[in-house]
Write a protein that binds this ligand. Structure first.
Ligand code: FMN
Length: 325
């Protein structure tokens, strides 16, 4: 095991998804192991005060490393770490490697998977079949147009409820990069290209989430402006992803990353709908409607479909900032 192999594993794992693209994962090479740390300065203090989304993101990064390691024939043991963070770096897990792995089938899409926030093409029979193939014991696949429309309405309500929080919007805008001139455009956060917004749309989104929110809200116009009907139109399915209620969100994040990679491997694109899981009323309503019992927790949801365009360059921190000395 060389340091170069470990560097390559970390570089590939950096493609993993994270909430608002904050990229909380930091890595350190210790002997022949990799230690995963959380950069706690990247926590979303308003949107994620308990660190649930951070833990999901860190689990996703760990799973990214596990999948990357399989590509060089390495099996990975993931051992959770605990401890304080005097330096702002919280130990999360140690990854130990052993020979004998065959490449994970999801490896092919590890570094190409990306959020798809654009429109979908009308789903073909093949697309619907691809979406049905995501069925599994921890997901419900909603492919009936009426069920997708109901989820869309629930999403818009839940999302608006969350967006009404001024501090939430300020934090979201802090992570939005509305112009390519933003110094962090290619590094982190949500840039206009990733959000599939033109220059004018990006400026409008910044204003609606900023100074115009209160007046538009008072006029009753904000919900319609924030609604995502066009994103749901043509979705082949909405996937509800749930896990055992007591599961550590780090482990949920590992499984969530695998589900998302399955979607890309199936030729479709996905967009996370976290508000459906984060809003208690929306989550309760979906769980009741789709027989997700009280021993289960809705972790997340995605709308999936056939992308109507090409992917874009992803924003990521440089390896030198993520792999610590
Ligand atoms: C816990 C978690 C919550 C997320 N919530 C949302 C969301 O509500 N809406 C959205 O569009 N993307 C959401 N995402 C996707 C991230 O914004 C995305 O992974 C990140 O910007 C990196 O981009 P990429 O997925 O293209 O690699 C979420 C991701 C994670 C891990």
């Amino acid at each position: 095991m060389t340091a170069e192999v470990l560097r390559e594993i970390v570089a590939a794992a950096m493609a993993s998804p994270s909430v608002h693209n904050v990229q909380p994962a930091r890595w350190r090479i210790e002997g022949e192991t990799l230690v995963l740390l959380e950069d706690t300065a990247r926590r979303l203090s308003v949107g994620d005060p308990r660190g649930n989304d951070a833990a999901i993101s860190l689990g996703a990064a760990a799973e990214g490393a596990v999948i990357a390691a399989s590509g060089v024939g390495l099996m990975t043991r993931v051992e959770r770490l605990s401890g304080g963070d005097p330096s702002g770096l919280r130990p999360i897990a140690r990854l130990t490697f052993a020979p004998g792995a065959t490449p994970d089938p999801l490896l092919a899409v590890l570094e190409t998977r990306a959020s798809w926030r654009g429109a979908f093409l009308p789903p073909s029979g093949e697309d619907r079949a691809a979406a049905q193939a995501f069925a599994g014991e921890d997901r419900v696949i909603l492919s009936d147009p009426a069920a997708i429309a109901a989820a869309a309405a629930l999403y818009d309500r839940a999302s608006y409820g969350i967006m009404r929080g001024r501090a939430f919007r300020a934090e979201l805008r802090h992570w939005m990069r509305l112009s390519p001139r933003h110094r962090d455009w290619a590094r982190d956060g949500l840039n206009a290209a990733a959000m599939q917004l033109s220059g004018i749309e990006a400026a409008a989104a910044g204003a609606v989430l900023g100074p115009l929110f209160a007046p538009l809200s008072a006029l009753g116009l904000a919900p319609a402006l924030l609604a995502e009907a066009s994103g749901f139109a043509n979705a082949a399915a909405v996937v509800l992803f749930y896990r055992t209620a007591s599961e550590d969100p780090f482990d949920s994040g590992r499984a969530f990353h695998r589900l998302w990679l399955e979607i890309d491997a199936g030729g479709l694109g996905g967009n996370v709908l976290a508000a459906l899981a984060d809003d208690p009323a929306a989550a309760a309503s979906l769980c009741a409607a789709h027989d997700i019992g009280p021993d289960r927790r809705l972790v997340s949801a995605l709308r999936v479909g056939r992308r109507d365009g090409a992917p874009f360059a992803r924003a990521r921190l440089p390896l030198s900032e993520v792999l610590l000395d």
